[in-house]
Design a protein around this ligand. Structure first.
Ligand code: OAD
Length: 255
């Protein structure tokens, strides 16, 4: 794998790492992305399934679609990309993983400091009282699960047109503003506010690496665009990081 010389020269100085992941990192675990050919938004319309008005119009249809996604996710296992980030978390002085994914695979892999910007598909949330439960406690079994208050549970994900969780958003922007290196991986970089995070890092003079097999609207702005799948690029990049930090000199100005 080719890594730019400037990145290799400087990697020893990067100790506070912030990562933003999107659906692409889970593609190699067998979970569909949204906007690739054959992806979820190629087959379905988000306005029919992933917004409040769709749920209000037909909660059973929306639940059936989320249950289908839950079933796929339940069969999926973390891939080498997820596992490389667990290793990176252990190596870095400070590490924040921000994800737009709702599949829980970063947690299953073993990452600890995770900011879930778009919620988690395993959670149910009552749309009347806000009570949360997990999908084992209140499963979807062909009927919309009902909360003890009588309200309907809905999947605990962020829908189009809805606000992101306030705390997650605050932590994410802080982590983008205060890091030595920002990495965006497996995201098409078109859904805001997540897509603003690498831009915020760049505006602070922080180098941003983008890892993606395809170029995105952000690629030309990235400090380094590394073309390739997360499951190949991330393990190699983490190996480079580990080697550099294993050999880091005591005269390092940032240590
Ligand atoms: P997208 O489907 O928009 O983009 C997935 C990206 O992953 C694309 O740029 C692919 O080129 C890239 N990709 C595919 N395979 C990859 C691999 N093996 N390694 C690395 N990258 C790969 O997914 P997101 O950017 O995550 O929101 O989408 C953002 C949000 O839009 C989602 O969280 C979801 C969606 O609508 C909501 O549902 C609210």
């Amino acid at each position: 794998m080719f890594f730019p010389k400037e990145l290799l020269d400087n990697i020893v100085y990067y100790k506070v790492i912030t990562i933003l992941t999107g659906a692409g990192i889970s593609a190699e675990s067998g979970i569909s992305t949204f906007r690739d050919k054959g992806g979820l938004w190629d087959k379905y319309r988000p306005e029919d399934l992933a917004c409040q008005s769709a749920f209000d119009a037909d909660p059973l249809l929306v639940w059936s679609w989320y249950q289908y996604r839950r079933d796929t996710i339940a069969r999926a296992r973390p891939n080498p990309g997820h596992l490389a980030l667990v290793k990176w978390e252990a190596l870095a002085r400070d590490f924040t993983l921000i994800t737009q994914n709702v599949d829980g695979l970063h947690r299953a892999a073993g990452c600890r400091r995770i900011v879930e910007l778009h919620g988690n598909i395993r959670i149910n949330r009552c749309q009347v009282c806000g009570q949360e439960s997990n999908m084992e406690e209140t499963p979807f079994d062909g009927q919309v699960p009902i909360c003890s208050c009588g309200g309907m549970f809905r999947p605990g994900v962020v829908w189009f047109g809805a606000m992101l969780p306030e705390n997650a958003l605050r932590v994410a922007f802080q982590a983008a503003e205060h890091c030595d290196l920002f990495i965006t991986v497996g995201t098409s970089a078109v859904v805001y506010p997540a897509a603003a995070l690498p831009e915020v890092a760049l505006s602070r003079g922080i180098p941003v690496i983008e890892i993606n097999p395809e170029m995105t609207p952000f690629s030309k702005s990235a400090t380094h665009y590394i073309q390739g799948p997360a499951g190949t690029v991330l393990p190699e990049l983490v190996a480079v990081y580990e080697k550099a930090h294993g050999l880091s000199s005591p005269t390092d100005p940032n240590s």
